[in-house]
Write a protein that binds this ligand. Structure first.
Ligand code: SF4
Length: 86
């Protein structure tokens, strides 16, 4: 079995298994939800760009009304409907 096999199995059994590798999971606060008033858009996006699961997160965030997902703000998702950088 290759070292990648457990990840593929995880993805099939749990579509959000990628969240285990989310950089933001290690950081307290609401940086990724600027609509809650903490307003850390630039900082959050910069961190997202270092995240190993940014693409999975961006896909998962499509259609989400709130929060920064994969470096994309809610406003940018609404405005463009595309996967563009915030
Ligand atoms: S891309 Fe950003 S919001 Fe998504 S899991 Fe990584 S750090 Fe969190």
């Amino acid at each position: 079995m290759s070292p990648d096999a457990p990840d593929r199995d995880d993805a099939r059994d749990n579509p959000r298994a990628w969240m285990r590798d989310a950089v933001c999971a290690e950081i307290a606060g609401d940086l990724w939800f600027p609509e809650r008033g903490e307003g850390g858009i630039d900082a959050a996006v910069a961190i997202c760009r270092t995240c190993p699961v940014m693409e999975q997160c961006r896909e998962a965030g499509q259609g989400e009304r709130f929060g920064i997902w994969g470096g994309i703000t809610a406003n940018a998702r609404t405005r463009t409907g595309k996967k563009t950088a915030a």
